[in-house]
Write a protein that binds this ligand. Structure first.
Ligand code: CP
Ligand code: NVA
Length: 329
């Protein structure tokens, strides 16, 4: 059994397999998830991850059960008067062990990545990260499908401009693994820690891609064929709104910045976007904006990912793919 909490949980062969399988399943309409039940539990709002993945599971013949995080992650209960020690319905271990007896996977969006690690400690079924404060690996799968479609697998330089957050981390981690030159530009006090820079450096030594920290957005744009942005204020950081906006001054992706990029450059954003804040309307709505293709790919890569995690246990994904699906490229 395999969990998918971060990009590093899949080998390069498995990432490539999931992307290939996604394409296949999106065309073939095979029902690979018949008789499977996936528990969805979201601590934060979601459109693309929740709806896109539910549609994918439905199309593959599976079912989704939605549970309120208050009833699942610790089973919080509200008393008219707080009763010390009795604010939880039951332990997370008991909840997860029960769910493991009925369901085939847990798909969850959490504030703290630690919650996912605790779930994995007790779970007998795959736990799949629908976004945590540290990682958004499903977003990265969809983004690399989008980039491969646009640039026909050419390893074009990709730079994230903005906050060193969950989306940026998963994008960079997957890019380096898949052999892309990855870059980052953001204000120093919201950039990567030394240990995270060491981690990217280590990944670059192990895999074919690379990592470059740019001094400012302009230097990044000049060197990038793909410019990627995300909100400056992630879910849960609303209290830092004014302070962050001040620090991110100069990191908005606008037409002037995109004009510095080489020809055939594209713009990407995981969405939701704050139009006029981290990116302008002109950039979001331009012909070279890939935002809706990314959203479409969120649904498509869910098909490959859930089929792989829930129905394939073999160690050689390429062999599995060829024998199970008789698919020739
Ligand atoms: N990109 C993304 O994860 O969108 P949602 O928050 O709407 O799921
Ligand atoms: N960094 C954003 C991504 C939303 C999909 C957040 O965590 O809110």
């Amino acid at each position: 059994m395999k969990h998918f909490l971060e990009v590093g949980n899949l080998s390069i062969a498995e990432i490539e397999h999931v992307l290939e399988l996604s394409t296949y399943l999106n065309k073939s309409h095979e029902e690979t998830l018949l008789q499977t039940n996936v528990l969805f539990c979201f601590e934060k709002p979601s459109l693309r991850t929740k709806v896109g993945t539910e549609v994918a599971i439905n199309q593959l013949g599976g079912r989704v059960i939605h549970i309120d995080p208050n009833a699942f992650l610790g089973g919080k209960i509200m008393h008219a008067k707080p009763i010390p020690g009795l604010d939880e319905r039951e332990s997370l271990k008991d909840t997860v062990m029960n769910v493991s007896k009925w369901c085939d996977a847990i798909f969850t969006r959490v504030f703290s990545h630690e919650t996912l690690l605790t779930l994995c400690n007790h779970s007998e079924i795959p736990v799949i990260n629908a976004l945590s404060d540290e990682h958004h690996p499903m977003q990265a799968l969809a983004d690399f499908r989008t980039i491969q479609q646009k640039y026909n697998h050419e390893r074009v330089p990709i730079t994230f401009i903005g906050d060193a957050n969950n989306v940026a981390r998963s994008l960079i981690e997957m890019g380096i693994r898949l052999g892309y030159p990855m870059g980052f530009a953001g204000p120093a006090n919201y950039s990567w820690t030394t240990s995270m820079l060491d981690h990217f450096d280590q990944l670059s030594k192990t895999y074919k891609g690379s990592f470059m920290l740019f001094e400012n957005a302009q230097a990044a744009a000049m060197a990038s064929v793909v410019v990627y942005a995300d909100t400056f204020i992630s879910m849960g950081e609303e209290d830092q709104h004014d302070q962050k906006l001040q620090h991110f001054h100069g990191y908005q992706v606008n037409e002037k910045l995109m004009q510095l990029c080489p020809q055939d450059a594209s713009f990407m954003h995981c969405l939701p976007a704050h139009r006029g804040v981290e990116v302008t309307n002109q950039v979001l709505d331009a012909e070279n904006s890939l935002i809706y293709q990314q959203a479409e790919n969120r649904m498509i890569v869910s098909k490959g990912l859930f089929t792989f995690l829930l129905t394939e246990q073999e160690t050689d994904p390429q062999l599995t793919f060829k024998t199970r699906y008789q698919f020739n490229q």
